[in-house]
Write a protein that binds this ligand. Structure first.
Ligand SMILES: [Zn+2]
Length: 309
């Protein structure tokens, strides 16, 4: 039987994320974000596949019916944040409070426990490893926030590429399911999710998935509802004061909205030709494989040390 790969969705709104990142302004998520989430749920139902959904607390606040549907259809529940704030925007105590608030809001609406976490913009980096014991305190057993890659804005280059346990100094541990990368031609290539799925041809995602699975590593496909957005595109947001801010915004936005129409067909092709499931199910199955037996257990001090080496 072929490897079961992870299907993961960050349930959030595009516009209100822009308002936070460019203007430090919290705006309500738009109804389009719930509608596109539901379109994704329709697709998953059609393919009889379950996913892990990393939900913002505010999405549960504004769109409880959509979040209840996610839970009702058996998807694994994860927390993304309350608002779309990166971990580094918070002190450890603030991070604990806002993440706890988000988890409680999602659980209230869903009636089920939240056991997974994905940091906003993969902001679990060498500088924010203090978040790990806080997540364990809050009942998180599965994290999927680390990009084992040297990115401009994120990544821990020397983190393991496959799923592994992170052991905390007090004896507790949690699963880390990193974002997918492939080593080839002397370089490391992010593959299989978000912009990497959207910008490049389907063959690239298929190649990445095949390479990972050949190594015994399940792929981690990640998506956002707005990547299948069917609505008029956002051209500019109010509150960008300077010319350079507007240029920066336009550059960012251009890359974010480009080739969105290609996401749905690619997703359909992948779902039709590979096995996918939520992270808990993937790890349950993968734990029994030979590759899992040789997977390292990592401690946060190791991640901090290797990343700076
Ligand atoms: Zn996000």
């Amino acid at each position: 039987m072929t490897i079961l790969n992870a299907l993961t969705v960050d349930v959030e709104d595009y516009y209100n994320q822009l308002a936070i990142d460019f203007c430090d302004r919290i705006e309500p998520p738009r109804p389009e974000s719930a509608r596109d989430t539901e379109r994704m749920l329709d697709l998953f139902a059609e393919f009889k596949v379950r996913a892990t959904c990393f939900i913002l607390g505010e999405m549960a606040e504004y769109f409880p019916a959509t979040v209840a549907r996610i839970a009702g259809e058996g998807h694994q529940l994860g927390v993304h944040a309350y608002y779309h704030h990166q971990i580094w925007r918070h002190t450890p105590e603030e991070f604990r409070q806002v993440t706890d608030r988000a988890i409680k809001r999602i659980e209230d609406v869903a009636g089920r426990k939240v056991e997974a976490h994905r940091a906003v913009a993969f902001s679990l980096t060498q500088q924010t490893l203090w978040a790990l014991p806080i997540l364990a305190d809050l009942g998180i057993r599965y994290d999927s926030s680390i990009f084992p890659f040297k990115g401009r804005r994120y990544g821990i280059p020397n983190a393991p590429r496959g799923p592994h346990k992170i052991a905390l100094p007090d004896g507790r541990w949690l699963w880390e399911f990193p974002l997918s990368t492939v080593d080839a031609w002397g370089k490391r290539w992010p593959a299989c999710g978000g912009g990497y799925l959207r910008h490049f041809p389907l063959a690239y995602a298929r190649w990445g998935l095949r390479r990972l699975n050949a190594e015994g590593i399940p792929a981690n496909i990640y998506l956002h509802p707005y990547e299948i957005e069917s609505n008029p595109r956002i051209e500019i947001i109010p509150g960008l004061d300077s010319f350079s801010q507007r240029m920066k915004f336009r550059f960012f936005n251009y890359h974010q909205v480009r080739r969105r129409a290609t996401t749905m067909p690619k997703l359909r092709a992948l779902l039709g030709s590979n096995r996918f499931g939520p992270i808990d199910q993937v790890l349950d199955e993968w734990s029994r494989s030979a590759a899992a037996q040789s997977a390292p257990t990592i401690n946060p001090a190791h991640l901090a040390a290797t990343a700076s080496a």
